[in-house]
Each structure stands twice: as C-alpha cells, then as structure tokens.
Design a protein around this ligand. Structure first.
Ligand SMILES: [Zn+2]
Length: 153
C-alpha cells in the first residue's frame, strides 16, 4: 500500500536546520522545481510543501521563494504571491485582465501569450522568461502551468 501523501512527500525533502534550505532530493524539472504526483497530477514540490505546512490551499495563487532556490521546500522560505486572488477573480469574471504583478511589471494578455509561446521545457525555462519579461519566476511558472491567466474556453 502506498504511504499517505505527506509521508511520501517529506521523504523526498532533505529537511535541515530551521533556517536552511530544504532541497527536493529527486530529479527536478527544467526550471529546477521538484514535481510530485498527488491524486494523479504532478504539482510543484514547493507548492505541496506550502499546503502541507500551512494547511491552506494554494490553488490560483503563486508560491514564491524568498531564497531564490527553486528546489527548496522549507515552508519558512516560501510565501504566497500578492494580487492573485484579485486577478484570478477578475479573469474568472471575464473582465479585462490587466494589473501589476509584485509591483514590478505590468502583465497583460499579450505578455502572457508571449510567455506561453516562448516557454520551451528544458530550453527556455521560467527563470529565463522571468528575466526577459521582468517578472518573478513563480509568476512565469504559474502562467505556463495554467494556474493563472486561464484562457477562456
Ligand atoms: Zn530555501
């Protein structure tokens, strides 16, 4: 029988000192994030870490790293991005979806589509696109995985 998800998850993390990075120890994706299967779907290991630790769903939100180490799953190094609820809500209602991300760069559908078009796993990853478009890496990740800025069906 398979161990419960939290048990399977924490076995794959090198848990260390409270303020150290706790890296995912298995293979990562092209952007350096751990990926783990939960209920038949792969999710970002850092996202799973946040949910397990804080007991709060991160659906539709960004989980960002304070430490800039995509492998890291120390909940103390993770934080939720801002403005996401607002934007997801606005997108869901089909209103114009312009806004600022983390106070740095303005995102709009044109930029979102350009990011999606340029994203090439193992070649042009989220880090590179983040630099190119002047947004946080976790913002790019959530765009390319379709967690935010969902296209209308
Ligand atoms: Zn860290």
């Amino acid at each position: 029988m398979k161990a419960p998800f939290p048990v399977r998850f924490w076995r794959k993390i090198a848990v260390g000192a409270p303020d150290a990075c706790w890296p995912w120890v298995l293979r990562t994706d092209s952007d350096g994030y751990g990926r783990i299967k939960r209920d038949g779907r792969f999710i970002g290991a850092h996202r799973a870490a946040y949910e397990l630790h804080y007991g709060e769903s991160v659906a539709g939100k960004f989980v960002c790293h304070r430490c800039d180490n995509p492998r890291c799953c120390n909940p103390g190094h993770l934080f939720l991005g801002t403005h996401q609820d607002n934007m997801a809500d606005r997108n869901a209602k089909g209103r114009t979806a312009s806004g600022t991300q983390n106070g740095r760069a303005k995102l709009n559908w044109q930029i979102v589509r350009a990011i999606r078009a340029a994203y090439t796993p193992r070649k042009v990853g989220a880090s590179r696109l983040a630099a190119r478009f002047g947004v946080n890496r976790c913002v790019v990740e959530d765009i390319v995985y379709g967690k935010t800025w969902k296209e209308a069906a």
